[in-house]
Write a new protein. Structure first.
Length: 178
């Protein structure tokens, strides 16, 4: 029964992702959709959707989203996306984003089992109250173990990458990666 409910929930999520975004306005012949509202809507922590907002909040979200769309439209007309500084910022952002995704992929690959929790708890017992039990602090332990494993994995991965990389130092300073 649980599997059926989970399968239905997953399928519903998949099918919903194919549904077209709702249109809230047309701005210079271009639709203002629910996707366009998301950046502004994220400022309202009390609402998970546009429909959850009060009338005044809806007006603010629509107005700010329209302003954003108009600014982007004007920036494109003026070809700001071709600006050298803009391209450099986008390139730097993409690199930071790639690093973040690489880190996230590494973190998601880490599995923590009961033995890991027990070993970590025993090794760091002094960091916890004397009467602490693994069952009561499992979430905290799991985060700590995962972070520890993550650090080890990243260090080992980077060490191997440095050993395999062809690095030609030009600054007069050399780093030994072997």
């Amino acid at each position: 029964m649980r599997k059926k409910i989970l399968t239905i929930a997953v399928l519903a999520g998949v099918f919903c992702s194919f549904l077209p975004a709702k249109t809230y306005a047309i701005v210079n012949k271009e639709e203002l959709t629910s996707e366009d509202l998301k950046p502004v809507l994220s400022m309202f922590h009390n609402a998970s959707s546009f429909e959850d907002l009060s009338e005044n909040e809806k007006i603010m979200v629509l107005d700010q989203s329209i302003e954003r769309k108009l600014i982007v439209e004007d920036a494109k007309k003026r070809k700001l996306q071709d600006n050298k500084e803009f391209k450099k910022i986008v390139s730097d952002f993409k690199k930071r984003l790639l690093i973040e995704f690489w880190m996230r992929e590494k973190m998601n690959a880490i599995k923590v089992d009961e033995k890991d929790l027990k070993d970590y708890f025993e090794k760091h017992r002094q960091d916890y109250p004397k009467d602490a039990k693994i069952e009561n602090i499992k979430t905290k332990l799991k985060k700590a173990v995962k972070m520890q494993k993550f650090q080890i994995l990243v260090d080992e991965t980077l060490s191997e990458m440095k050993k395999k990389a062809k690095i030609d130092f030009k600054s007069g300073v050399k780093v030994n990666y072997k």
